[in-house]
Write a protein that binds this ligand. Structure first.
Ligand code: NAP
Length: 315
């Protein structure tokens, strides 16, 4: 259900693993057209839901409750198993499946694009796996959930069993504190610092943003110590000094506050409230960030490397 970032990768990988896949997509939508181009015959959500042994909800988290009530729940087979890719809607009680349905989660630890690319290379990315409720047949629910995880290629890396709560809270915290929030805010602040001090924006972009990939690749392949072994003593000495200056006790307290907001449900409530109003807060933030000088600098730097994938994201 849904043919976006994750839905497309799951559908293609499962089909290539020999499973029969029906794509559910809203008629006339971008996902529907892409699924048709990929050789599927997409159906409206209710019709697709009627067919599924395993109904995978690859829809945006903020749409789960509405789609569940109208397009999915009334149409499911009595022995259906429902699959989620992230624990958000179940953990926050936005979707409450009937107790006779099996409910599982396979949360790949990476974007759909990477999930598909690794699969095509004969590899896989790790996935978190959880059973929220066993439904009518515990063994079948678990077996089908694990077959899904294996079918997208994750058994080639690791399938790590956890709970919906742990996946949801650690995933939200990781993306907010580091991956998409903290790290990008630090990049922006460092870029601003260099530009305000008179350095060319392209230089600031290369040093504070573009080079992230090289460091991230080293951390990904070798871990933090392996990364440190691959950089100069000058870089390592300065990194220890600046790191402890930046991440002080006040910063650690802020991280604990962010985690508490996630665990207590305050973040989920704010997100749902903005989503219900059409995301006014997030759209304003997005527009301001998209118009920032860092984007123009980035376009300039990336134009020097035409082999980079410069396609826009799903928006
Ligand atoms: N993005 C990631 O890397 C990632 C990683 C792990 C887990 N997840 C989880 O995966 C799930 C899906 O996220 P995503 O990023 O793949 O979503 P996405 O790219 O935004 O894709 C959403 C899909 O849902 C469809 N859709 C949206 N609203 C709909 C509606 N009202 N009725 C019918 N279809 C609708 C869209 O259709 P149209 O094409 O017609 O607009 C699109 O095909 C979420 O639970 C997310 O937390 C995402």
């Amino acid at each position: 259900m849904g043919y976006g970032n994750q839905g497309r990768a799951h559908a293609l990988n499962l089909r290539d693993s020999g499973m029969r896949v029906t794509v559910g997509a809203r008629p006339g939508g971008r996902g529907s057209a892409t699924a048709a181009a990929d050789g599927f015959s997409p159906l409206p959500l209710p019709e697709a839901a009627r067919q599924g042994n395993l109904v995978i909800v690859a829809l945006p988290d903020e749409m789960h409750a509405a789609c569940w009530a109208s397009d999915l729940a009334p149409h499911l087979r009595p022995d259906a198993i429902v699959g989620f890719l992230h624990g958000f809607s179940i953990h926050h009680g936005l979707v409450k499946p009937a107790s006779d349905l099996g409910v599982v989660m396979v949360a790949p630890k990476g974007p759909g694009k990477t999930l598909r690319e690794r699969f095509e290379q004969g590899l896989g990315i790790p996935a978190l796996f959880a059973v929220h409720q066993v439904g009518r047949d515990a063994a079948r629910t678990r077996a089908i959930g694990l077959a899904w995880a294996a079918g997208i290629g994750s058994a080639r890396a690791a399938i790590v069993e956890t709970t919906f709560a742990a996946e949801c809270e650690t995933d939200l915290f990781g993306e907010q504190a580091v991956l998409c929030g903290g790290m990008m805010a630090l990049v922006q602040a460092a870029f601003d610092t260099l530009v305000q001090a008179g350095y060319p924006p392209e230089l600031a972009y290369m040093e504070c943003c573009q080079e992230l990939k090289q460091i991230a690749d080293l951390v990904f392949e070798r871990g933090p110590a392996g990364m440190r072994a691959a950089i100069s003593n000058t870089a390592e000495f300065g990194a220890f000094e600046a790191g402890q200056q930046l991440v002080d006790d006040a910063m650690r307290e802020k991280l604990r506050t962010i985690l508490a907001g996630i665990r207590g449900g305050a973040f989920g409530a704010r997100f749902q409230s903005d989503a219900a109003a059409g995301f006014p807060w997030m759209r304003a933030k997005r527009a301001a960030a998209d118009a920032d000088a860092i984007e123009a600098a980035g376009r300039g730097v990336r134009a020097w490397m035409p082999w980079l994938d410069n396609r826009k994201d799903s928006r």
